[in-house]
Write a protein that binds this ligand. Structure first.
Ligand code: G3I
Length: 316
């Protein structure tokens, strides 16, 4: 019983969910509620879905995800408030003064965070602020209009809107350390020095089979030593095709390693897997030639990766 094991360790084991199968596919629902303690909306809480036109909000997807979780006593991670991707055109193509853009951001936060206040405990406020390869801040809309302090501004605003929520910066390609992780560390340390309400760092953890960083727990500990919490927010381990049985077996140890790393770090809140099954994973579309990145196969059969997570959670 994976949820019971996770709860016994005081961590969440989560999964990213899509609205359509969550509403209609009984096997999909069974995998989610049978194996996980929390969910993240894979897409439906992103700006283009929530506020496709200015001032026009679509709560059908977010309500479905939050309702599913609440009916089953599961937690929800909020994903995501500021990101350069999946912004509606009216936002990304708009000509904004800094005050207008601040107003738009506040409206969005008040609507979205406000609707689920007390029901969504942690939010990815800032998603992927650094360039893909790092270590420089991405010059996204927010950066261009508000300057580099948009991050502090957005965190302060989010804290005003929902003072109880745990506020995260969520980033990728930081898990094994390196220049991008160093830059994020410097940013986080500076924000904390200035009293900015930052509570956690999301380690997305989109890994490649054979290249899962050994030192994941050490990297997380650098951040928790600052007084922050950490969460593995988007775990998957993609395998190059043709996917061999050997690789699928080796993936067991890779999923075990990531969950064990989280358990080794006291302030690690949990691990979320990015996609319910290999049939729902973003990997084949985005990395042609790769697949098999999640703990369930295309027919919802559990893979060795799932037993790897059980292995990690079964220790005392
Ligand atoms: O919404 C349209 C739909 O109208 C259209 O008919 C359909 C046709 O292809 O496309 C739909 O858009 C898809 C969208 O997800 C659904 O909201 C896109 O094709 C698809 O490419 C898009 O991909 C998502 C991606 O973020 C977008 O950047 C993935 O599902 C999602 O897993 C991925 O998640 C991100 C995290 O949020 C942040 N970290 C990285 C991670 C992986 O990229």
């Amino acid at each position: 019983d994976l949820p019971a094991l996770a709860r016994a360790h005081g961590v969440d084991l989560g999964v990213a969910v899509a609205v359509e199968p969550l509403l209609r596919d009984g096997d999909y629902q069974d995998v989610v509620e049978g194996h996980y303690t929390s969910v993240t909306a894979e897409n439906t809480m992103k700006w283009e879905h929530v506020q496709p036109e200015r001032g026009v909000f679509d709560w059908s997807g977010p309500d479905a995800v939050v309702g599913f979780a609440e009916d089953r006593g599961m937690n929800v991670r909020g994903h995501t408030l500021l990101w350069h991707n999946q912004q509606p055109e009216w936002l990304s193509q708009g000509e904004w003064t800094s005050d207008e853009l601040r107003g738009v951001l506040r409206e969005h936060m008040e609507a979205l965070m406000g609707r689920y206040q007390g029901r969504i405990g942690a939010w990815d406020v800032i998603n992927e602020p650094f360039e893909d390869g790092g270590p420089f801040l991405r010059e996204n809309l927010w950066y261009q209009v508000l300057g580099e302090d948009y991050i502090a501004e957005a965190l302060r605003m989010a804290h005003e809107v929902d003072p109880q929520a745990r506020l995260y910066i969520n980033e990728f390609n930081i898990e094994g350390g390196g220049a991008k992780a160093d830059a994020l560390y410097a940013l986080a340390a500076d924000l904390l020095d200035r009293g900015v309400p930052l509570h956690g760092i999301g380690f997305q953890s989109h890994f490649v089979h054979g290249q899962v960083p050994e030192n994941l727990a050490e990297t997380m500990t650098r951040f928790t030593d600052l007084g922050l919490e950490v969460t593995v927010t988007e775990l998957d381990v993609r395998i190059a095709e043709p996917v061999s049985e050997e690789a699928v077996q080796e993936q067991r140890e890779e999923f075990r390693h990531v969950v064990a790393a989280c358990l080794d770090v006291p302030a690690c809140q949990g691990v979320t897997v990015w996609g319910v099954s290999d049939a729902h994973s973003w990997i084949p579309e985005w990395f042609p030639g790769y697949g098999a990145a999640t703990p369930f196969d295309e027919d919802y059969a559990p893979k060795p990766a799932l037993w790897g997570m059980v292995d990690a959670l079964s220790r005392e």
